[in-house]
Write a protein that binds this ligand. Structure first.
Ligand code: NDP
Ligand code: HSE
Length: 441
C-alpha cells in the first residue's frame, strides 16, 4: 500500500495468538488476510508468529498448520503483542502475567478472568509499563470499553443499563414474540449454538455479572469484586409474566445495571452493580433490542443518554474488537507513549442490593373474600411501600381465589423484598406467583 516505503523503518511486530477456537480462528484469518492494510494503518508489519492450542490433531479448515504449537510459553516469550482467546481462568492468567512481565502488550476477550483477577493483571501491567486491552470482553463487537475508558473519561457516568448477554436476550425475545415457554426457547437457543457449554453461565446471569463488574469498574473508577455483583438469572421468568408485560406495554429483559447511588438516610454514597430480569417499557431504547443482540445504554452527567448497539458474540464480530485493540497496541509499539493506566482512584463502596430503589410488579393468588384487598394493601403500607396499580383477573386459579397484579411506586429493594415475604406468610394469600422489578421508566 501507499506507506510501504515507511514500513521498512520498523521491524515487523510479532503477534502471538493463544487459542484457535471460534474467536481465535477468526482473529488469525483477519490478521493474515488483511496483513497489508493493517501494516499501513499501524506503520509496521504485523507478523503472526504462532497460535497456541491444546490439541495439534484437531482438524482446522484453512488454518496454516505450521503456525500451530502447544508450547504457549515459548510463543509468548518471542512476541511483542499477545492475544489471549483461550478462555478460562488458568492457564490464561499465568500466560497473561508471563506476557506482561516480559514486556508484551496483551489483548484479551476473557471476561471471566478480568472480572475475577482483573486488578492483579492491571497492576502487573502498570508495574512493567505494558498495556492490557479488553474491548472484546464486554458485548464483543460493540465499542463500549474504549468509550467508557477514553471518550467519557472527562464526564461523570450516572448509570449504565445493558443487555450484555445475547443468548438470554434471544430466549426472552422468543418467549415474548411467540408465547413459548422458557424451556422451549432454551431448546432453540441450544440448537442455534447460542448458549455457553455450561448454560448456567448464561441463564443464571453469571456471564452478565462478569460483564457488569467490568463496566462498573470503568464507569465509576472503582474496583468491583465479582462477589459484590447482585445476580438473578432468567430461570424464574414465566410465560404468564411475559404475557402480562406485553399486555401492559412492557418487555422482560435481563439487565446488567451499574448505578451511582447518592448518600441518603439509609447510608453513604456508592455504586450498585446488579443483574436481574426486569420489565422495561417497549418504548425504551432497550425495549426494542431483539434476537441475540446486545445494547448498552449509558447516562452521563454532561453527555446525557447514549446507546451502543450491535452483536455481542460470534467469532468474526469478537475478532473485530480484538483487531481494533491489536492496531492500538501496535501503534503504541511504533510510536511509543505511556498508554492508559487502570483508573480505580475513586474506590466507591459497592453497595448492597437493599440500597437500590426500584419498582416491583407482583402477581399473586388471594382468597376471593370481602376485606382481602384491604388486608393486602395494609401489608404494603406497613412496609412503607406505596401501591401504584392494582388489577384483578376475571378468574383466579379456582372459584375461591382471585388473581391480583400489583404495581408499586419506587421504594427501596429492602422494603419491597419485605412486602413479598409478608405476602407469602399471610393466610389471605394462596400464592405469590411472581415478582419482577421495573426499570427504565
Ligand atoms: P473456544 O472454546 O472456541 O476456543 C478456545 C481455544 O483455546 C481453542 O483453540 C483451544 O485449543 C484453546 N485452548 C484452550 N485451553 C488451552 C490451553 N490450556 N493451552 C492452549 N490452548 C488452549 O473459545 P471461544 O473462541 O469461543 O472464546 C475465547 C474467549 O473469547 C473466551 O474468553 C470467551 O469468553 C471470549 N469471548 C467469546 C465470544 C464468542 O462469541 N465466542 C464473545 C466474546 C468473548 P483446542 O482448539 O486445541 O481445543
Ligand atoms: N454467552 C455469551 C452471550 C457469549 O450469550 O452473550 C458472549 O459473551
Amino acid at each position: 500500500m501507499g506507506k510501504e516505503s515507511n514500513l521498512s523503518e520498523y521491524r515487523p511486530i510479532r503477534v502471538a495468538l493463544l487459542g484457535a477456537g471460534s474467536v481465535g480462528s477468526e482473529v488469525a484469518r483477519l490478521l493474515l488476510e488483511q496483513k497489508s492494510e493493517l501494516a499501513a494503518r499501524v506503520g509496521a508489519e504485523l507478523e503472526l508468529i504462532g497460535v497456541a492450542v491444546r490439541d495439534l490433531k484437531t482438524k482446522r479448515n484453512g488454518f496454516p498448520k505450521e503456525l500451530l504449537t502447544t508450547d504457549a510459553e515459548s510463543l509468548i516469550l518471542g512476541a511483542d503483542i499477545v492475544i489471549e482467546v483461550m478462555g478460562g481462568l488458568q492457564p490464561a492468567k499465568d500466560y497473561i502475567l508471563l506476557a506482561l512481565n516480559s514486556g508484551s502488550d496483551v489483548i484479551t476477550a476473557n471476561k471471566a478472568l478480568l472480572a475475577t483477577h482483573g486488578s492483579e493483571l492491571f497492576n502487573a501491567a502498570e508495574q512493567v509499563g505494558a498495556q492490557l486491552y479488553f474491548e472484546a470482553s464486554v458485548a464483543a463487537a460493540i465499542p463500549i470499553i474504549r468509550p467508557l475508558r477514553e471518550s467519557l473519561a472527562g464526564d461523570r457516568v450516572k448509570r449504565i443499563m445493558g443487555i450484555v448477554n445475547g443468548s438470554t436476550n434471544y430466549i426472552l425475545d422468543r418467549m415474548d414474540k411467540s408465547g413459548i415457554t422458557l424451556e422451549a426457547a432454551m431448546k432453540e437457543a441450544t440448537e442455534l449454538g447460542y448458549l455457553e457449554a455450561d448454560p448456567s453461565l448464561d441463564v443464571d446471569g453469571y456471564d452478565a455479572a462478569q460483564k457488569a463488574a467490568i463496566l462498573a469498574s470503568l464507569a465509576f473508577h472503582t474496583e468491583v469484586p465479582l462477589e459484590k455483583v447482585y445476580r438473578e438469572g432468567i430461570t424464574g421468568v414465566t410465560a404468564q409474566q411475559i404475557a402480562a408485560a406485553k399486555r401492559d406495554g412492557f418487555v422482560v429483559k435481563l439487565l446488567a445495571i451499574c448505578e451511582f447511588i447518592e448518600a441518603d438516610d439509609s447510608g453513604s454514597e456508592g455504586v450498585s452493580v446488579r443483574v436481574y430480569p426486569a420489565l422495561v417499557p417497549r418504548s425504551h431504547p432497550l425495549g426494542s433490542v431483539d434476537g441475540a443482540y446486545n445494547a448498552v445504554f449509558v447516562e452521563a452527567e454532561a453527555a446525557g443518554r447514549l446507546m451502543f448497539y450491535g452483536s455481542g458474540a460470534g467469532g468474526t464480530q469478537t475478532a473485530s474488537a480484538i483487531l481494533g485493540d491489536v492496531v492500538s497496541a501496535a501503534k503504541r509499539h511504533v510510536a511509543g507513549g505511556p498508554g492508559l493506566a487502570d483508573s480505580i482512584h475513586a474506590n466507591f463502596e459497592v453497595l448492597d442490593m437493599s440500597r437500590v430503589k426500584t419498582r416491583y410488579v407482583i402477581q399473586l393468588e388471594v382468597k376471593d373474600q370481602p376485606g382481602v384487598l384491604a388486608k393486602i394493601a395494609s401489608l404494603f403500607a406497613e412496609h412503607g411501600v406505596s401501591i401504584e396499580t392494582v388489577e384483578q383477573g376475571v378468574l383466579g386459579l379456582s372459584l375461591q381465589t382471585a388473581s391480583l397484579e400489583i404495581g408499586t411506586h419506587v421504594a427501596s429493594d429492602a422494603a419491597l423484598a419485605g412486602v413479598v415475604q409478608a405476602l407469602k406468610s399471610n393466610d389471605a394469600v394462596q400464592a405469590v406467583s411472581s415478582f419482577i422489578r421495573v426499570e427504565g421508566l
